[in-house]
Design a protein. Structure first.
Lengths: 475, 430
């Protein structure tokens, strides 16, 4: 398994050198000091961060949820336990916790707590609601390799799907470019929080991802100009990596001895070179087992790692290989049959992949599914048990929390309830594996951002004002 | 009168090979029985004879030789009805899966395909049928599509059969009207409704002056003779017209249109129905709605919310729950109707109402409540023995009876699952 530690250290170091004021200060400050030198981004240094996160946790108060059942995603269910959220972190967790002075105390009798849910496959903001051509920003379908585009530049923070995901307990999402292209561009990991800018939603320290796509979509989109076949697809990936490898060598040599003019920049190759250096994680849309096996060989040929296969309708067929290679599988609970490459979808896919030892993730690729990831996981759990796979709920909760966090390279910060981790927490009205259970409260970094009981405070995007009837009052 | 020839109330005669095919009498005993038509029965018995329900109750004498199904600790309900699917009309999202035909979609003449009976092209060998039945769905509405008028809809039972006719419970159930300018070939909303008005005026004129039409002495009508004929049952109020509308004002326009022409109308989707629930209730128009989306997916559905079904029902509207929110595979997941029902409960509908909205209510709306949708003596034995609450994820449909029979055929999905539960030897190397 690939260690994340050096990667995160690099990314965080990159952030630190480009320290930027929070959004509020930025807008309030007069343009007094002209900048002298271009930022690292202009020089194409690895880990340059030209669009830095300006996310700041929202105001919070110490909060104790007690007498509550806790799925920690890091161990057994804690029955009638307690959790303390303080200064944005999980400060204490167990059978009981000390209640600090002034803390908000919530009695969770009969209720459940989980980590904030994480969706590895979202198109929120890049395919917002309502669907319009003007906002169809998820596929730069102008060339089969568009490694130069970044999904964050398409994200519309006023997409009304964001608050609906949050209300469903989803606190972190990876927004990916679509699957029209062999290499679709950079993804971005976002906190599901209100903001005027995408920068204000960017998960601090999260590594970037690269979207790649196998199979039918690219060859269909580019049928007339190529690739028009699967072998054309594979040639396309390999050609891109050949160029990227040469680019990486040129730049790494210059960075080692930065004399004279740097080599010419190329946005696409910058991203691909960062994949080769291990700093950007590969998220590979791939349905069929045979294609996953080929993508694994391509990754080995060029020396990069695939972090997660997405959709993985046939992941169950090669789950042992995924486990051995340390590749996670981001899968739908029950989609299938909607095209040739999805014909072999089965509901036990998640369960079979899980028991084979691969990191298994229930993803959405759908704004509505993303607002009930717990239900999707529930269906997969039931389907696994129906074929005799005895998977405990404590494991199934990982499909929508810590395993997803690992796939996004943020498992040290979020994805489980452990002391010191970010206080992204969901309070559920009952067991999240029941269809009747609803989210009651959702905290992000310790701040209460969704409260079902308080419609007046509900996050409404700019778009919704005057367009979407505020049904909150009559719920 | 041409209408009756399209009505096919099916008597089932096909002899197949299910587990309970040979048994004349089956007794399901000890379960908690939800007849839907009446109160719950604890420790109840359902007796099936010749494919029909012969007895339901707490004190049912079990004939000698009856095959018994021990349902202690189980729940017994009518089979679920998903009224709005295109199950059997194609797989894989491409005509390539169906010999080049798009069996769910007719071209029609100028977007009017009133004579289109989608169910006639249904493929009984469609691989989605068995998995959906195995999860408790026993009947589905088969809805085609086209332009402004997408043809006649039907209700089928999910039996194993070699012909679509053998699956048919009722056809037609309704005439499908699309909505929106692109499908109707019109620009403005009023142009759409005006096209409808002119069309139905023509149907009435044609009906009155058929002889004159035949001799060529009428004015030119809006559509073909075949379409005019097919629309007669709509203007006479015999055949419901299903209109797919979302925006609150469009729903009201649809109700006005129905009233003006004295039509029997059903509303599908009705995303903003909750905003005009009183008006829908007053018009006594049933709605086919989901309970799993709260996303303003279009400018016509800005008010979409999960409480739609509950608010409509509370206003007295007849509510049929359908899988509007179960995207991602569509007919692959008709079975998610029970998730839809569970969510409807989570968002305000009572549990009993939710069960009714996927059993007896759709049967009533489609005019088949005399044969399915409830557990009553004389009804066809479409029923499910569940391991628990049918809407819960952890619950399994343990026995699914359709017309008194169960089906043991391993579905394609089951075969794939079984193959990979233990990796076959030939696959042990990558």
């Amino acid at each position: 398994m690939q260690s994340l530690r050096p990667l995160l250290a690099l990314t965080l170091a990159g952030l630190a050198t480009v320290s930027s004021p929070p959004l509020r200060a930025q807008t309030a400050a007069p343009a007094a000091k002209p900048t002298s030198a271009p930022s690292a981004g202009a020089l194409s240094r690895p880990n340059a961060d030209p669009f830095p996160s300006t996310y700041q946790p929202f105001p919070s108060r110490p909060t104790v949820i007690r007498n509550v059942n806790i799925y920690t995603a890091a161990g057994p269910l804690i029955r009638n336990g307690a959790v303390l959220l303080r200064d944005g972190k999980i400060a204490a967790l167990g059978a009981t916790v000390d209640v600090p002075a002034g803390a908000l105390v919530i009695d969770g009798a009969g209720k459940f707590v989980t980590p904030g849910l994480i969706d590895t496959h979202s198109h929120l903001g890049v395919y917002p609601a309502p669907g319009t051509a003007a906002h169809s920003d998820g596929n730069e379908a102008t060339a089969p390799v568009t490694a130069h585009v970044w999904a964050e530049h398409s994200v519309w923070p006023q997409d009304p799907q964001f608050p609906r995901n949050l209300a469903g307990g989803t606190t972190t999402i990876q927004v990916l470019p679509g699957s029209a292209n062999l290499i679709g561009g950079r993804s971005v990991t976002l906190k599901v929080v209100p903001s005027r800018s995408v920068q204000g939603m960017k998960f601090p320290g999260a590594p970037y991802g690269l979207k790649m796509a196998c199979g039918e979509n690219p060859k269909r989109v580019y049928a007339s100009r190529g690739p028009s076949t699967r072998m054309g697809n594979v040639a396309g990936y390999r050609n891109a990596w050949i160029g990227a490898e040469a680019y990486r060598r040129r730049w790494d040599a210059w960075l080692a001895t930065p004399t004279g003019d740097p080599p010419a920049r190329d946005l696409g190759n910058e991203t691909l070179a960062e994949v080769l250096r291990g700093n950007i994680l590969v998220h590979n849309h791939c349905y069929q087992a045979d294609e996953m096996m080929q993508m694994i060989d391509i990754a080995k040929e060029f020396g990069y790692a695939i972090r997660s296969f997405h959709h993985g309708v046939e992941a169950y067929k090669v789950a042992d290989v995924l486990a051995r290679e340390g590749i996670s599988a981001s899968i739908w609970s029950d989609w299938g049959g909607f095209k040739m490459e999805s014909l072999d979808g089965i509901k036990a896919n998640i369960g079979l992949t899980h028991v084979a030892g691969a990191r298994t993730i229930v993803h959405s690729d759908d704004p509505s599914y993303a607002s009930r990831l717990n239900q999707e996981a529930s269906k997969s759990l039931a389907a696994a048990r129906a074929v005799g796979l005895d998977i405990p709920a404590e494991e199934a909760i990982k499909w929508i929390t810590i395993n997803a966090a690992w796939a996004l390279g943020i498992d040290r910060q979020v994805g489980s309830l452990e002391v010191g981790k970010n206080a992204d927490v969901v309070l559920w009205s009952g067991d999240p594996f029941s269809v009747y259970t609803r989210t009651e409260k959702v905290w992000v970094d310790g701040a209460l951002l969704y409260d079902r009981a308080d419609a007046s405070q509900r996050w409404r995007t700019d778009f919704e004002l005057g367009y979407v009837p505020n049904a909150g009052g009559i719920r | 009168m041409r209408y009756p020839r399209f009505i096919v109330q099916v008597a089932v005669t096909a002899a197949l090979l299910p587990a309970f095919a040979g048994a004349q009498v089956v007794a399901i005993t000890g379960g908690t029985v939800y007849p839907v038509s009446g109160p719950r029965i604890e420790n109840g018995t359902v007796l099936i004879r010749d494919g029909k329900i012969a007895a339901v109750g707490a004190n049912v004498a079990i004939p000698d030789g009856a095959l018994r199904v021990d349902a202690r600790g189980k729940w017994v309900t009518p089979g679920l009805i998903h009224a709005l699917t295109s199950l059997g009309l194609g797989e894989g999202g491409s005509p390539e899966f169906s010999g080049g035909y798009s069996d769910g979609r007719a071209r029609g003449t100028d977007g009017i395909a009133a004579t289109f009976d989608a169910w006639r092209g249904l493929n009984p060998a469609n691989t989605f049928i068995a998995p959906n039945r195995q999860e408790g769905v026993t009947s589905v509405g088969v809805i085609g599509g086209g332009g402004m008028i997408g043809g006649r809809t039907a209700l089928i039972d999910l039996v194993e059969a070699t012909s679509a006719t053998a699956m048919l419970r009722k056809a037609p159930t309704a005439m499908l009207g699309g909505f929106g300018s692109p499908s109707a070939g019109t620009g403005a909303r009023d142009e759409y409704w005006d096209k409808w008005r002119r069309l139905l005026d023509d149907v009435k004129a044609y009906q009155l002056r058929r002889a004159a039409y035949e001799s060529g002495s009428t004015r030119t009508f809006e559509t073909t003779q075949a379409n005019l004929e097919a629309l007669i049952p709509v203007v006479t109020g015999q055949l419901p017209l299903m209109l797919d509308v979302d925006r609150a004002s469009d729903i009201l326009a649809a109700l006005d249109f129905a009233k003006q022409y004295n039509l029997k109308v059903w509303l599908a989707n009705a995303s903003e129905g909750w905003m005009v629930a009183k008006e829908i209730a007053a018009a006594k128009v049933p709605v086919f709605v989901g309970a799993m989306s709260d996303i303003p997916t279009s400018f016509d559905a800005l008010g979409q919310r999960r409480e739609n079904a509950a608010v409509l029902r509370a206003a007295g509207v007849t509510v049929v729950l359908v899988g509007i929110g179960t995207s991602g595979g569509g007919d692959f997941n008709v079975r998610n109707i029970r998730q839809e029902a569970g969510n409807a409960v989570a968002y305000g509908l009572s549990w009993d109402e939710a069960l009714r909205a996927v059993t007896l209510t759709p049967a009533e709306v489609m005019g088949v409540a005399g044969s399915v949708g409830s557990l009553q003596v004389g009804r066809d034995a479409n029923l499910v023995v569940w391991s628990g609450d049918p809407f819960e994820f952890s619950t399994r449909a343990e026995q699914v009876f359709v017309q008194g029979r169960t089906f043991e055929t391993r579905s394609r999905q089951q075969q794939l699952t079984e193959r990979y539960l233990t990796l076959p030897p030939s696959y042990r190397r990558p």
